[in-house]
Design a protein around this ligand. Structure first.
Ligand code: FAD
Length: 456
């Protein structure tokens, strides 16, 4: 008999329970990935993520070929394509990991109906993208945790399954054709410094992180110029690495850095369980509704300056340029640029979140939207009115200005503190810089914020 395994956000061979179940139950297995048109229609197929995905598919195919198999790739409507491949392969079962997004749940239901009408069984396994899945933990009074600290207490005590190794062989039947695999070289509009994708690259990065990165994470994770975080986020997004395996292996290393890193992985699960319980939070304010945001129409020039990294606040601009150059931004930069847009410019957080999703290689509905809501004060932050000051943040997290100089060549000759406050320069020193004045003063930004938040 033949089983089909549908890969989605789990593009790996290690620790893949649906693949293992399919191999245990069938003589041959068809590993399938469908480039789902619905994802394109939803505007979610940003070039950077498509490029990273192309790497992941090629690497998955290479891993399968080493095991005697290969990957089958098809494009189109997912349900239709899965049914078609199941018929071609004469498969009697389809295995798939659950996904909690509203889109994925609807898709799963239509898939079940369509397959069952053809006499094919659908096995939906537990989701495999988190360490502790959505719905596993909940306080007595609700279906999900809305505050991180108590969630983390329970998360830390949760029993994780043992991670699985990669299969030795994957026998794939003849006669099931695949489209040509996508390649990043065929894509336009990519960030020039985009990282490479694929399970092999993810595992190499993680191994090196455990050896020589995680030890300095506790002290260094907010140091913008030091850039010592793991950069594993795109691998977690595409599932080339398993969060369960990451937690297990990091805990084995131990120490303060390991604890701090595992805590960040819990944040990822936290946001996922919020979105699973409240799918509307992808676009609607989660806890506190604010309705006085400035819009694309009322703040066009300021929003454009923010997107282009030309706000006149060097740390904000450096982080925005890192985003466009790498398709990735340091977490401290994300916090600051989001706070600047939502709280200093008082622009609707959805506009910023959209821009991030257009560029981030790790762009993820749960993590992006709920982090934006956290910063904008509509989400789960217990101090929703805190505003990050770009100058204070610069002095704390880029004290000698190295991060700003790296990303803003026009300020490369300035030392701290001038590099963080170029508006204080006078005369020829200021005139020589091709760098804008601040789009708004911080005091005006704060006044705007207070006016908008103070009723009536
Ligand atoms: P590390 O510091 O090495 O952390 C390890 C892993 O923990 C990360 O890879 C990530 O999976 C997880 N993690 C860390 N911080 C967070 C967090 N605050 N929330 C959820 N998970 C976290 N992360 C995304 O993966 N996709 C996004 O689209 C995204 N958008 C964001 C938008 C804003 C406004 C903010 C403030 C944060 C966003 N984050 C997002 C969270 C975080 O900034 C990134 O996960 C992190 O910077 C990735 O770098 P890293 O892998 O080196 O992280």
């Amino acid at each position: 008999n033949v089983s089909l395994v549908l890969f989605t956000a789990d593009l790996r061979l290690h620790d893949h329970p649906p693949l293992r179940a399919a191999l245990d139950g069938a003589r041959q297995v068809v590993p399938l990935f469908v480039r789902d048109r619905a994802v394109d229609r939803a505007g979610f197929a940003a070039p950077n993520r498509r490029a990273f995905l192309a790497d992941c598919l090629r690497d998955l195919d290479a891993g399968l070929r080493e095991r005697g198999g290969r990957l089958v790739v098809r494009s189109g409507e997912l349900v239709e394509q899965v049914c078609r491949v199941a018929a071609e392969a004469e498969a009697d079962e389809v295995h798939l990991a659950a996904d909690v997004s509203a889109h994925a749940r609807r898709r799963e239901e239509s898939l079940r109906r369509a397959l069952e009408s053809e006499g094919v069984r659908l096995h939906v396994h537990d989701e495999v993208t988190t360490a502790v899945g959505p719905g596993t933990l909940a306080p007595a009074s609700s279906d999900h945790f809305a505050v991180f600290t108590p969630y983390f207490g329970h998360w830390s005590r949760a029993r994780l399954r043992e991670p699985l190794g990669a299969p030795r062989t994957v026998p794939v039947p003849e006669g099931v054709g695949s489209e040509e695999l996508p390649a990043r070289k065929d894509l336009a509009g990519l960030s020039p410094g985009l990282a490479a994708g694929g399970e092999e690259e993810g595992r190499r990065r993680f191994a090196s992180w455990l050896r020589s990165g995680v030890g300095t994470y506790e002290d260094g994770h907010d140091d913008l110029a030091g850039d010592v975080t793991s950069r594993l986020s795109p691998h977690l997004h595409f599932g080339t690495l398993s969060a369960v395996e990451l937690v297990h292996r990091t805990r084995q290393v131990g120490g303060l850095g390991a604890e701090a890193f595992v805590r960040q992985l819990a944040w990822r699960d936290f946001h996922r369980q919020v979105l699973a319980a409240r799918p509307g939070a992808a676009s609607a304010d989660y806890r506190t509704k604010h309705d006085r945001w400035r819009s694309e129409r009322t703040a066009h020039a300021e929003i454009e300056a923010w997107r282009a990294g030309r706000t006149g606040y060097p740390l904000v601009d450096a982080a925005m340029r890192q985003l466009s150059h790498e398709g990735w931004m340091h977490n401290r930069g994300r916090l600051l640029t989001a706070s600047f847009l939502a709280k200093t410019l008082y622009v609707d957080w959805r506009i910023g979140a959209r821009h991030f999703l257009d560029l981030l290689v790790d762009g993820d509905v749960a993590n992006n939207q709920l982090n934006w809501q956290w910063v904008a004060g509509t989400g789960t932050d217990s101090r929703p009115n805190r505003v990050l000051n770009p100058v204070t943040q610069a002095k704390r997290f880029d004290p000698d200005g190295a991060y700003v100089r790296r990303w803003l060549p026009e300020l490369a000759d300035l030392a701290a503190p001038a590099v963080h406050e170029p508006w204080k320069l006078t005369g020829l020193d200021r005139a020589a810089l091709d760098y804008p004045e601040p789009v708004v003063t911080l005091s005006e930004g704060l006044a705007r914020f207070r006016r908008a938040r103070e009723r009536p």
